[in-house]
Ligand binder design. Structure first.
Ligand SMILES: Nc1ncnc2c1ncn2[C@@H]1O[C@H](COP(=O)(O)OP(=O)(O)OP(=O)(O)O)[C@@H](O)[C@H]1O
Ligand SMILES: [Mg+2]
Length: 369
């Protein structure tokens, strides 16, 4: 064949290859983001929720609970991972820390060396007998000094029977397999398992820790906000990072700007400023104005439980109250909360509470007849 012909063939092949690449690119990006439309706009439409997008990848990125996380970092470095249980409230980084630890310990061996079971998986006694045991017996190549890891997330939902079945397995295979459990309530884990594990307790995240993370995310997502908005996010999240990030995203996508007003609309909680006004009226002993504001909240549709919980949280951090009055107020709010939980969530209960709070600040002489 003449050289020119080769030249022609080559060009056509390279053009074809280029065409294939162009065609393949949007397909690859849409398959990476899950099921997406064929027109290649998947990246814009199928964005990850921010809680997942900003899920920490290493233990260094996990905020809060510094002492406990330092211990995990030492384990990640030295490799001698004990069996352990992380317990704590929702959304404070338990699952995240276990995953980060497992990734840092096993590196590329993660896929082979980790068995993760959470509450969405069948975890009855049979799974412990078959699946977990089979995994513990399996031979895999891992970096030297590292163990296979069984992650039992939401372990408090495992039946006591399944937990019993785990006892001996944890011991027999402990030379090659370590168990990491996460749960909200450690008392739901049977005593014998607790005694085989190191128990790490995560506490609620501090306001400053949540605020720092929210600021980072606002920066990365170019979110417009004001200070009031961020304070409201921190207030409504109650130390739960997942809630804080989710509320940030909902507010931003709903209103385009994070202000206090919009956050409370999204979170659907009584506005603390109104609740503060109620408490202020009670301090003055002015039941009429306190009742007026309470009625306002009631008409907006908030339940007695919503209102009383916000009252507690506002009172707890209300600087205008002297210490003694604050303690008395919290006591009364606590009793009312108890009655509401027992089923008496009427406005009369709340009115009774306000009356008692007012009474605390009225001079005893005024009650004499
Ligand atoms: N300490 C933290 N540092 C940074 N991000 C966090 C932290 N805790 C939670 N988050 C964010 O919240 C999301 C949920 O966290 P995670 O799944 O670890 O919660 P959890 O403690 O396991 O809660 P649950 O008890 O409901 O399972 C993460 O994807 C992350 O974005
Ligand atoms: Mg979890």
């Amino acid at each position: 064949m003449p050289p020119s012909h080769y030249g022609f063939e080559d060009k056509r092949v390279s053009r074809l290859a280029h065409l294939f690449q162009l065609l393949a690119a949007p397909m690859a990006s849409s398959s990476a983001k899950g099921k997406g439309p064929e027109n290649g706009t998947a990246a814009a439409t199928y964005e990850l929720p921010w809680v997942e997008k900003y899920r920490p990848q290493t233990l260094d990125d996990v905020v809060g609970n510094t002492e406990t996380i330092e211990r995990l970092k030492v384990i990640a470095r030295d490799g001698n991972c004990p069996h352990f249980i992380i317990s704590g409230l929702p959304g404070i980084g338990k699952t995240t820390s276990i995953h980060c630890l497992a990734h840092q310990l096993l590196g590329d061996g993660y896929k082979e060396g980790v068995l993760e079971l959470n509450a969405s998986d069948e975890r009855g006694i049979d799974v412990v007998r078959n699946k977990i045991k089979a995994f513990a017996q399996k031979k895999v190549t891992l970096p030297p000094g590292r163990h296979k890891i069984v992650i039992l997330d939401e372990a408090d939902s495992m039946t006591p029977g399944a937990q019993q079945a785990l006892r001996r397995t944890m011991e027999i295979y402990s030379n090659s397999t370590r168990f990491c459990l996460a749960c909200n309530m450690s008392n739901k884990i049977i005593e014998p398992i607790q005694s085989r594990c190191a128990i790490l307790r995560y506490s609620k995240l501090r306001d400053s820790e949540i605020l720092k993370r929210l600021l980072e995310i606002c920066e990365m997502e170019k979110v417009q906000y004001n200070d009031d908005g961020l304070t409201a996010l921190v207030f409504t999240s109650e130390g739960d990072m997942r809630q804080a990030i989710n509320n940030l995203q909902s507010t931003y996508s709903g209103f385009g700007f994070v202000s206090g007003e919009s956050v409370f609309k999204v979170c659907d909680q009584p506005h603390p400023v109104i609740v503060q006004a109620i408490i202020r009226s009670c301090i003055k002993g002015d039941i009429d104005s306190a009742m007026e504001k309470l009625n306002e909240l009631w008409q907006q549709g908030y339940s007695a439980a919503d209102i009383v919980v916000t009252m507690f949280r506002v009172t707890k951090t209300f600087d205008e109250l002297p210490e003694y009055t604050k303690l008395e107020y919290i006591k009364e709010i606590g009793f009312t909360h108890m009655r509401i939980l027992e089923g008496v969530g009427t406005i009369i209960q709340l009115a009774g509470l306000l009356a008692r709070l007012c009474k605390l600040n009225i001079k005893p002489a005024l009650f004499q007849v």
